[in-house]
Design a protein around this ligand. Structure first.
Ligand code: CU
Length: 367
């Protein structure tokens, strides 16, 4: 079939929206008609050429939500008409990692996904016979895409797809980190560094867990205001003195839980230093630049702090994302406030500009 899609032709250049051929789904694959897709920093990061594993030409986009149109042979997890959220982090349920119950990092299709191919080693997108590669196993800046069935979370049909697409990446990362990865205890004190989509998700997750104090840290007053709306009880404008401020606010002890959602190595260090001696748990969520390192004074660890990280906040996509959608439908999770701009596919580059200008939280492309 013919689909319109936004193609990264060369690094550092705007995406080019054009018509491509999309081949039907093969064994274990599913054709999804996209209804909405968020524009995320990871798309911009790859488009810029900064990602050492990047490649062109490819169809970007990974925060998709849509409806199953057609399934390939052997597909059992979804059927046509199902509403789905696309998962850059699939969950096969069968590999050693999935069976361990200890991690959300499924190894089933990792190698091929990193190459921009579907699990059989080929892409489904093409242009005049020239293969166009996939991105993060999703490629959701397109009217339709083909994905492995293990990369789709089947969700309640009542949920608005142009809102729950934010759960395909950023919002889930923050929420899952607070709800499950860190499993924040009621009555605790939490600090969240960064009040973008991931950080706001973490703030909300801390609130849902019954945290007593939630301190949000960000450079932007507008974002801190939004953080207050999502449950932050106190806010701090980011800067050098942040750790001392947090220590002062907590009787010199530090916070029970800290979350880092900026991708900046220096902030990761602050998040460790701001965790309480004795039992403070620091959860790193941001993706730092290639080759960057974090300096941690070992004394901080020997005196009881723990540092952990979690891709996608540790969420197991097919298991946990539908739960978050249900919480959205129950009114517990306000996703609507995350969507600051709505765009058409033709305006997708505008989504990157808004992100670079730090204008709003999430732009969503509607198809
Ligand atoms: Cu993302």
């Amino acid at each position: 079939m013919k689909v319109r899609a936004a193609v990264l032709e060369s690094f550092g250049e705007p995406l080019v929206v054009q018509e491509l051929d999309l081949a039907p789904p093969r064994e274990g694959e599913v054709l999804v008609k996209l209804h909405a897709c968020g524009v995320c920093h990871t798309d911009l990061y790859s488009a810029s050429g900064a990602d050492p594993g990047g490649y062109t030409p490819c169809v970007l986009g990974h925060e998709g939500a849509g409806v199953v149109e057609e399934v390939g042979s052997g597909v059992t997890l979804v059927e046509p008409g199902d509403h789905v959220i696309t998962l850059f982090s699939p969950e096969c349920g069968k590999c050693e990692h999935c069976r361990s119950g200890k991690t959300n990092i499924c190894t089933a299709v990792r190698a091929q996904q990193g190459q921009g191919h579907l699990p059989d080693g080929t892409p489904r997108f093409s242009r005049d016979g020239e293969p166009i590669r996939h991105f993060m196993g999703t490629s959701t800046f397109a009217e339709a895409t083909v994905m492995p069935e293990i990369g789709l979370a089947k969700i309640d049909r009542a949920a608005a797809l142009d809102k729950v697409c934010t759960l395909a990446c950023g919002a889930t990362t923050g929420l899952a980190a607070a709800l499950w990865k860190a499993a924040v205890e009621p009555g605790s004190t939490c600090v969240v560094f960064g009040a973008g989509l991931v950080g706001l998700g973490a703030v909300l997750g801390c609130k849902l867990q019954g945290a007593e104090r939630i301190v949000a840290v960000d450079l932007s007053e507008a974002r801190l205001e939004l953080a207050r709306r999502y449950g932050a009880t106190e806010t701090i404008v980011a800067g050098d003195g942040v750790v001392q401020q947090i220590l002062d606010m907590t009787g010199g002890h530090g916070a029970d839980y800290t979350f880092e959602a900026t991708g900046l190595a220096g902030v990761m260090a602050q998040a460790v230093e701001a965790a309480r001696f004795g039992w403070g748990l620091c959860t790193i969520l941001g993706v730092a630049g290639k080759g960057e390192t974090v300096d941690i004074v070992p004394r901080l660890l020997i005196t009881g702090r723990t540092v952990q990280g979690g891709s996608f906040g540790g969420a197991r996509g097919r298991t946990d994302v539908p739960k978050l959608v249900d919480m959205y439908l129950e009114g517990k999770i306000d996703l609507d406030g995350f969507v600051s701009h709505e765009l058409t596919l033709d305006d997708v580059n505008r989504g990157f500009e808004l992100m670079e200008a730090q204008d709003g939280i999430r732009s969503v492309v509607r198809f």
